[in-house]
Write a protein that binds this ligand. Structure first.
Ligand code: GRF
Length: 216
């Protein structure tokens, strides 16, 4: 596909950036009909910036600490997103809560990965909390972002059993492996115009859905 015809992604990161790298690989080998127009980090020390640079992806840093409040920070983010012509904004380990105004501006064009079987275990430290609760199952969810934190229609979930031998680290590693697969898959659907948000629901291949697809 002609590079210019491909969907333009902006990928927002705060840390390691392994989901961003997985998406970049899928774009590079044509499994996702999109290209990463910019990787944007909210911290100058985000490790993923080095990985992005190695892949020759355009990067930008919008350091939260440089702005007096969230409104000014988000205005700087807006400027970056406009400037790179982002059509889909991908939150890939972006550890900031975005304002209602920001999420409304990007409604239907804002997608996130969360390491739990949403709506269970919103928020942080999901692996630890799942282990502490003795849950038999855990996983990851890709969802459209709405004003509610870790709310918004869940598109695709990967589920896996919690093993008796699991530690926070082993469980996180198994979940992360699945994150890379389902995030790329959902972004691929979007890039192929198969997926869109419809309020609290999503539409895949013309079918309105209120429950996530479960990845095999
Ligand atoms: C992932 O587990 C993601 O679900 C969560 O933060 C982590 C980011 O990992 N929101 P990485 O930066 O993509 O490696």
């Amino acid at each position: 596909m002609n590079e210019l015809a491909k969907l333009r992604l902006a990928v927002l990161i705060s840390g390691r950036g392994s989901n961003m790298m997985a998406i970049a690989r899928h774009c590079a080998d044509g499994r996702i009909a999109a290209r990463i127009a910019r990787v944007i980090a909210d911290r100058p020390d985000a490790a993923g910036l080095a990985g992005a640079a190695q892949l020759h992806l355009p990067t930008a840093i919008v350091p939260r600490a440089a702005y007096p409040d969230r409104e000014h920070f988000e205005a700087a983010l807006d400027a970056q997103l406009d400037n790179c012509g982002a059509e889909l904004v991908v939150l890939a380990g972006f550890m900031r809560v975005l304002s209602a105004a920001f999420t409304a501006r990007y409604a239907g064009r804002l997608i996130n990965i969360h390491p739990s079987l949403l709506p269970a275990y919103r928020g942080l430290h999901t692996h630890r909390r799942v282990l502490e609760a003795g849950e038999p199952r855990h996983g990851a969810s890709v969802h459209f972002v709405t004003t509610e934190v870790d709310g918004g229609p869940v598109i695709l979930q990967a589920q896996l059993p919690v093993l008796a031998s699991d530690t926070e680290e082993t469980l996180a590693a198994r979940v992360l492996e699945r994150e890379h697969v389902i995030f790329a898959q959902a972004i691929g659907w979007y890039a192929d115009h198969r997926l869109r948000q419809q309020g609290a629901f999503f539409v895949l291949d013309g079918q309105t859905r209120s429950a996530p697809i479960i990845a095999s």
